[in-house]
Design a binder for this molecule. Structure first.
Ligand code: ADP
Ligand code: MG
Length: 403
């Protein structure tokens, strides 16, 4: 794959698609991991004398009502990016309009601008290729070259990710190169034992990856909300827990296939729950109850794996040579239900395995719970993109780039 090292960027306008999709509390950035991960490519381009124009998205604005969309503005991100780069970041208050045009026109070599949330223009995510193409053409006018570095969006067939690559000579940035290098280590010549930990909310989000990993992993540990569909499939009652009844046949088929292939499936033996979903804003105490998985009370919803499961999961990770973890073990956003996620993160830190954390919420959890990022082999910036790669799918944003 061609990277920015193969491009002559001095004096050129370089349009960069970055992933700056960070969690916000109002205008406060609660985890700047994706901004920091974007810095090496931007720095390199600036140092080499490029004029850098960054386009990126934030959240899922509807792209029709400016007032409703205001909370998805990239303005706070421009401020943080300037701090990290140690130089001003000019901010355009629209995507391709008058502000963007004036901002780009004013750029000198070695200067950088950020365009407003690209999803404020509905054409960005349109299913209509012509509509998307037209918008991509507008974006492409800002650049002599295109650099794709928004790994977290490469699984999207969006104008700024996919279509724009047709308009300009292009290459991948360092973040994409790094992420792909890591994913290769999880799919080719994998060091064994290869242990996968999956959690998060919905089992339906993760079925594709389980399907594929049944051919690759030696052991699969399941936590998070998806656990309850597995437990129900095994005949347990799960109270008021998150349950996707319609997925039970699929889950049963996976359990059968795992047995046939000698892949060890590890489910929690106990869970922590509560009679109500906890208040994630106030974090008010929620009277958690712990129960073995064969005795989950009917009025309880499971919100984390229990203490015995934490020990079990740590033991099942101890001998791994490669670990991939996607999805929190519980509702880690509330302190009463964060211990399972903390225990898995600690097991990765303690392990000598090559460990990869994938998934937006998992990566945020690791940092919010206070772990040192450097204690992990790699923390991916792209949850959906990593999962789709591991599912064996072709990622449009990568397929569109020149080789
Ligand atoms: P990632 O972004 O890392 O891929 P997901 O988006 O799949 O992870 O899931 C993250 C969410 O799953 C978190 O917000 C967490 O609160 C939620 N979650 C974890 N365990 C449960 C559970 N038992 N019940 C409901 N939600 C859960
Ligand atoms: Mg998520």
């Amino acid at each position: 794959m061609k990277t920015i090292d193969d491009l002559d960027v001095a004096g050129k306008r370089v349009l960069v698609r970055a992933d700056l999709n960070v969690p916000l509390d109002g205008t406060r950035i609660t985890d700047d991991g994706r901004i920091r991960a974007s810095v090496p490519t931007l720095k390199a381009l600036l140092e080499r004398g490029a004029k850098v124009i960054v386009t990126a998205h934030l959240g899922r604005p509807k792209g029709v009502d400016p007032e409703a969309d205001a909370k998805y503005s990239l303005a706070p991100v421009a401020v943080r990016l300037a701090e990290l780069l140690g130089k001003p970041v000019a901010f355009a208050t629209d995507t391709v309009g008058a502000s963007a045009q004036a901002t780009v026109a004013a750029l000198q070599d070695g200067e950088i601008a950020l365009l407003e949330n690209v999803r404020f223009n509905p054409a960005e995510t349109s299913k209509d290729a012509v509509e998307r193409g037209k918008f991509a053409d507008e974006l492409a006018k800002f650049g002599d070259l295109f650099v794709s570095d928004g790994f977290g969006a490469v699984h999207r067939r969006h104008a700024s990710v996919y279509d724009v690559a047709e308009d300009l000579p292009n290459a991948a940035g360092y973040l994409i190169a790094t992420e792909l290098g890591v994913l290769k280590k999880l799919t080719e010549d994998v060091q064994r034992p290869y242990v996968v930990v999956l959690g998060g909310s919905k089992v339906s989000d993760k079925l594709g990856v389980i399907d594929n990993l049944l051919d690759k992993a030696d052991r699969i540990l399941i936590g998070g909300g998806m656990v309850f569909t597995f437990l129900k499939a095994q005949g347990h009652e799960v109270g008021k827990s998150l349950l996707q009844e319609d997925q039970i046949p699929v889950v049963l088929e996976y359990l059968e296939r795992a047995k046939a292939k000698g892949v060890e499936f590890v489910l929690p033996v106990d869970v922590i729950g509560s009679t109500e979903f906890p208040d994630l804003k106030t974090k008010a105490p929620s009277s958690p109850v712990t129960s073995p998985v064969d005795a989950i009370p009917a009025d309880v919803l499971g919100l984390d794996i229990g203490p015995e499961s934490r020990k079990l999961f740590a033991a099942k990770l101890a001998d791994a040579a490669t670990i991939f973890w996607n999805g929190p073990m519980g509702v880690f956003e509330h302190p009463d239900f964060a211990d399972g996620t903390r225990a898995v993160a600690q097991a990765l830190v303690d392990s000598s395995a090559f460990s990869v954390v994938g998934g937006g919420d998992s990566a945020a959890a690791v940092r919010i719970l206070g772990f040192d990022e450097n204690a992990f082999g790699h923390i991916s910036t792209g949850g959906g993109a990593s999962l789709e790669y591991l599912e064996g799918k072709s990622l449009p944003g990568l397929a569109a780039l020149e080789n």
